[in-house]
Design a protein around this ligand. Structure first.
Ligand code: FAD
Length: 306
């Protein structure tokens, strides 16, 4: 049988986005007016690194795309007097990765960025796009949970603040309304006694994690843990904290025995969904192992004895 002339094949439609109307507003107000007009039929386009693939797979079919990429003033990284840090809607992953301000004031974000996809994707994809998208296997939703960040949602009728713990409502589902743009995220000042780490297991470098952990501890001069956050990704339908394991850490010495107890609780509390990449049991095992490794990696930064 001879080869088929490619030009005689019917065009493939399965990897092309369905038709849509493209808008490129020059101001935030214009973008918000368009969103108010088209609501559920519209999607914001930031870096396009998640939205465009999803449309190609026909998992998203917005009639209107509102591209915020040319709106000035949305790419700022601001360090406030109290050392909290605000990122605007168009701060790219790679901008955060290379920012001296982020490295100095928000070490957990700096530690996270190299795990996010590949550099080519990081140069387009935005930090807030990742948060707004709410992929349960993405790193940044877990970072905002672990740090207690505050998100700002803006619509034509005003702005409102949403605590990170109230933001992620389900698989790719957040507290953002259809007429709102996520315009800012503010990370509270990093305490001087805080340590943190990001650990994950992925099949290949740059892939989404099978399971990952963002760990953050505050430890006093006597090696006692005074604050703890364990935020997992790839372990539930959203990024998720495990309060019972955090409670075990509170008031305990920061050592291997304490971390093993927390790891045991994580294994019993989490019930990660299975998919073609891993069973529930495998992901539980990963989450538990990563708990120990992540906590040990966190304290290693200040040399607390184990
Ligand atoms: C091969 C590949 C590997 C990847 N690996 C990883 C990984 O390991 N970890 C990871 O975290 N990510 C990964 N990503 C995703 C990447 O980080 C995306 O950039 C990110 O998830 C979304 O950011 P974006 O700016 O591209 O958003 P877009 O794709 O433009 O938008 C994503 C969604 O969020 C909405 N949205 C975006 N910005 C806003 C806003 N300001 N307000 C309201 N809604 C908004 C859009 O409407 C859309 O629904 C990967 C992507 C690819 C293609």
């Amino acid at each position: 049988m001879g080869a088929t002339d490619p030009s005689s094949r019917p065009p493939r439609t399965d990897v092309k986005a369905p038709p849509f109307t493209y808008h490129r507003p020059d101001t935030l107000d214009a973008a918000l007016s368009l969103l108010a007009e088209h609501g559920d039929d519209a999607k914001i386009l930031a870096g396009g690194q998640s939205l465009i693939p999803l449309m190609g797979l026909r998992m998203g079919r917005p009639d209107h795309i509102i591209d915020i990429g040319r709106i000035p003033g949305l790419s700022d990284i601001t360090v406030h007097d109290d050392r909290s840090v605000t990122l605007g809607a168009l701060v790219r992953h790679e901008q955060a990765n290379t920012s001296a301000d982020v490295a100095e004031h928000q070490p957990l974000i700096a530690a996270t960025m190299p795990w996010v996809a590949h550099r080519a994707i990081r140069t387009r994809g935005t930090v807030l796009g990742s948060i707004a998208h709410g992929d349960p296997a993405a790193e940044m939703p877990a970072v905002v949970l672990a740090t207690g960040a505050t998100l700002v949602a803006t619509s034509a009728s005003g702005r409102r603040e949403i605590a990170a713990r109230d933001f992620f409502e389900g698989y790719l589902d957040t507290a953002l309304r259809a007429d709102e743009i996520l315009t800012e995220v503010t990370f509270p000042a990093w305490p001087s006694d805080a340590v943190g780490s990001v650990v994950e297991v992925a099949r290949r470098h740059g892939d989404y994690a099978l399971v990952g952990l963002v760990a953050r501890l505050e430890i006093d001069a006597g090696d006692i843990i005074t604050n703890a956050a364990l935020a997992f990704f790839g372990a539930a339908s959203t990024a998720i904290r495990v309060p019972t394991a955090e409670d075990i850490l509170l008031g305990a010495r920061a050592n291997a025995k304490t971390f093993a107890s927390a790891a045991q609780i994580v294994a019993s509390e989490l019930n990660p969904p299975a998919d073609i990449h891993g069973t529930t049991a495998y992901r539980k095992h990963l989450a538990s192992t990563l708990t120990r490794q992540g906590l040990e990696a966190a304290v290693a930064t200040i040399g607390v004895p184990s």
